[in-house]
Design a protein around this ligand. Structure first.
Ligand code: ADP
Ligand code: MG
Length: 667
């Protein structure tokens, strides 16, 4: 590995920006694949200017830009002349632009024009030096995910320099992913890399599975009347699907062959209660159960719900919470309770297997939102009991078709909860554009006055140069200024401290926050039934599966819920995709439609979708490659089960890097 700072133009400060994107070495830079690609338009002349489509034009700065402050927002505006035709341009929160946009200088600007009286207006156009722009014309250019302080041009240069620095050691396909000669080269490179990625994944899965199969235990778990009593006392009746799956789980738990079961159920189908019942059944039988959630917020939420049920039913069960952000002292405390057996149900995040936790008698491991964890992580936890192989229950809302599920989850038994509680009103959906914004805000206010709560979801945490996309920071600011008075606005995103996130989530759950502006960190599992409106900004930037998960945060209570998908896009395909969500609230249907519309192998936007995240691959659209990789993995392992042959060495080292061999060694 080579430190990124050996590259030209990267000092301490710039390196820290790259660090935020996970790029710390020259190698990281070459594997930081573009999020999209673009062919730039040749600059048009004054008479060719058009509204409402993306155009590029060369213009002279006609007057020195003005910077205004409106509350905490700074607005830079400049008059530009394109062959004598006037265009006014504005940028938000980029006051430093006024330094470089000096009068008389000319640049290439790129964005969408709108007509304003007798002249044109443009918001947030990108700015390029002429020669830099010309250089990009005529070929495919990479578009990277960025962070504050980094421009796409800077990133592109760094990636180029990184390739120069590493020379021939990098596969040519990796280069082609960044700077392809043409669409065909790109597609070929991607296919090769996706196949490799899937192959490693499948090898990993199959090696783990070998150890899991036919695991036995002698926990002697029996059915418990307490669980049935809890079910009777629930404020609702279990759906038929929930009851059926509950019977399947009970049967598995009572068997001496360890359970390996996947519960697949759409968002809101009621998986949590089944997890809780299973945990209690194991605890009543005097064994330990661990429940692993993908986020601290979700872990805390499960902890509260399970404690409430135990309290209400007067059970003598001790529940503990273990998360990474707890103080060392309290973690130590909890670990002691787990080790001496006084903790019966342990709820937590990744900390459950990364921290040095020793279980006294672990009999059941439940993983919520399975797709968020690596396969290796799950297995690591289930092997924490040296005498017995713990039962494993994984829950997922990912609506993957059965054929795919068989590849991804192999010999797991699959239970499907194919119905949602029937008394719930289906969510009402709207796909709208900017012209609806005022109305949307008024509507939100009305709902808040009726004592409901609102989510506003933005793709970004903070403004990113050149990206005309809403961000949490500015949106929260704007909304709290707009709603001055009694409406309380809160903000949530992945870069906040865990304790701050928890505080905000608690406040939202308790009704102390009316509008929660957030990134997709609320995507998984969060349950605040009083929230009835979700507004998703720049909805076209999310994959359908992610949008469906997000929407699952509302429609959880008895009141009517509403989801507003905002999109500025005029691309008919994008609109068609969003219309699918408008028409259906059924995750399986949405996934199928999405697949049909996009078709496999679609070139652009391929990294958007999917909950099961690969660096490049998409299990939906690349499903053919996935099955090919699965067959290839079988073939390799049949001939060379321990990957010792020379031609398989690189797979072995990839798996060793992923910690696989050391894990199975400790089984
Ligand atoms: P998910 O399957 O997405 O994890 P949850 O388990 O969080 O869904 O359940 C969503 C909401 O539905 C919760 O508020 C839960 O209390 C409620 N719920 C679960 N089962 C039922 C049911 N059978 N009838 C009515 N409401 C239910
Ligand atoms: Mg859930």
């Amino acid at each position: 590995m080579t430190d990124l700072k050996v590259l030209k133009g990267i000092g301490e400060k710039t390196a820290s920006y790259y660090g935020r994107l996970g790029i710390n070495t020259v190698e990281d830079a070459v594997y930081y694949y573009p999020r999209d690609y673009i062919r730039y338009e040749p600059p048009c002349s004054g008479t060719q200017l058009k509204c409402d489509v993306t155009v590029a034009f060369e213009a002279v700065v006609a007057a020195h830009p003005l910077v205004r402050k409106v509350k905490r927002l700074s607005i830079t505006s400049a008059k530009l002349s394109v062959d004598g035709i006037l265009v006014t341009a504005t940028w938000f929160n980029m006051p430093y632009l006024s330094k470089s946009l000096t009068r008389g200088k000319s640049f290439v600007f790129r964005g969408r024009l709108s007509a304003e009286g007798d002249h044109y207006h443009i918001e947030q156009p990108q700015i390029f030096k002429e020669e830099a722009y010309r250089e990009m014309l005529g070929h495919i250019n990479p578009v990277y995910s960025l962070t504050k302080g980094l421009s796409n041009q800077a990133m592109t240069k760094t990636v180029k320099n990184a390739f120069d620095c590493l020379g021939d050691t990098v596969e040519s396909e990796v280069y082609d992913m960044h700077f392809p000669k043409d669409e065909k080269t790109l597609e070929r490179a991607r296919t090769k890399l996706v196949f490799e990625e899937f192959l490693i994944f499948m090898l990993r899965l199959k090696l783990l599975r070998k150890d899991e199969q036919f695991a036995k235990n002698d926990f002697n778990i029996i059915e418990s009347a307490q669980c049935e009593r809890i079910i009777e006392r629930l404020p609702y009746r279990l759906t038929d699907a929930q009851s059926r799956v509950w019977s399947e789980i009970k049967q598995d738990l009572c068997s001496n062959r360890s359970m390996h079961r996947l519960i697949q159920g759409d968002v809101g189908s009621g998986k949590t209660v089944l997890a809780i019942l299973s945990a209690i059944m194991v605890a009543v039988n005097k064994h330990q159960c661990a429940i692993m959630a993908p986020t601290e917020i979700l872990a805390a939420q499960h902890y509260e719900s399970i404690k409430k049920i135990i309290r209400d039913s007067d059970l003598d069960i001790n529940v503990v919470l273990l998360t990474g952000s707890m103080t060392e002292a309290s973690k130590k405390n909890v670990r002691a309770l787990i080790e001496d057996g006084s903790a019966d149900i342990i709820i937590g995040t990744h900390a459950l297997f990364y921290e040095k936790v020793i279980y006294s008698d672990l009999a059941l491991v439940i993983t919520d939102e399975q797709h968020r964890f690596g396969v290796g992580q799950r297995s690591r936890l289930s092997s924490k009991n040296p005498q017995n192989d713990a039962h494993v229950l994984v829950m997922s809302a990912t609506p993957i078709p059965r054929t795919l599920a068989l590849i991804m989850y192999g010999d797991l038994d699959i239970s499907v909860i194919d119905e949602v509680p029937s008394h719930k009103l289906p969510i009402k959906n709207a796909v709208v554009n900017e012209s609806f914004r005022q109305k949307a805000y008024e509507f939100m206010e009305k709902e808040i006055r009726a004592h409901h709560q609102v989510y506003v979801i933005c793709p970004l945490i903070e403004a990113s140069e050149g990206l005309d996309v809403r961000n949490v920071t500015d949106t929260a600011k704007m909304l709290s200024e707009r709603c001055a008075g009694d409406i309380r606005v809160g903000m949530l995103h992945g870069r906040m401290k865990a304790s701050d996130k928890q505080k905000i989530m608690d406040e939202f759950a308790n009704g102390c926050i009316d509008i929660l502006v957030s990134t997709t960190v609320v995507e998984v599992g969060v349950n605040v039934p009083n929230a009835t409106v979700m507004m998703i900004e720049d909805a076209d930037r999310f994959g359908l599966a992610a949008l469906h998960q997000l929407r699952g945060r509302i429609g959880r209570g008895i009141a009517q819920s509403y989801c507003i998908f905002m999109s500025q896009s005029s691309n008919p395909n994008t609109m068609k995709r969003l219309e699918i969500l408008k028409r259906s609230n059924d995750g399986f249907k949405i996934a199928q439609e999405d697949l049909k519309q996009r078709g496999p192998g679609e070139l652009f936007g391929f990294r958007q979708s999917g909950d099961i995240r690969f660096k490049l691959g998409d299990i939906y659209t690349d499903s053919a490659l996935l099955s090919k990789a699965s067959e290839e993995a079988d073939r390799i392992l049949r001939d060379d089960p321990d990957l010792l042959r020379t031609e398989n060495k690189r797979y072995r080292s990839a798996l060793e890097a992923a910690d696989l061999f050391s894990v199975s060694a400790s089984l």
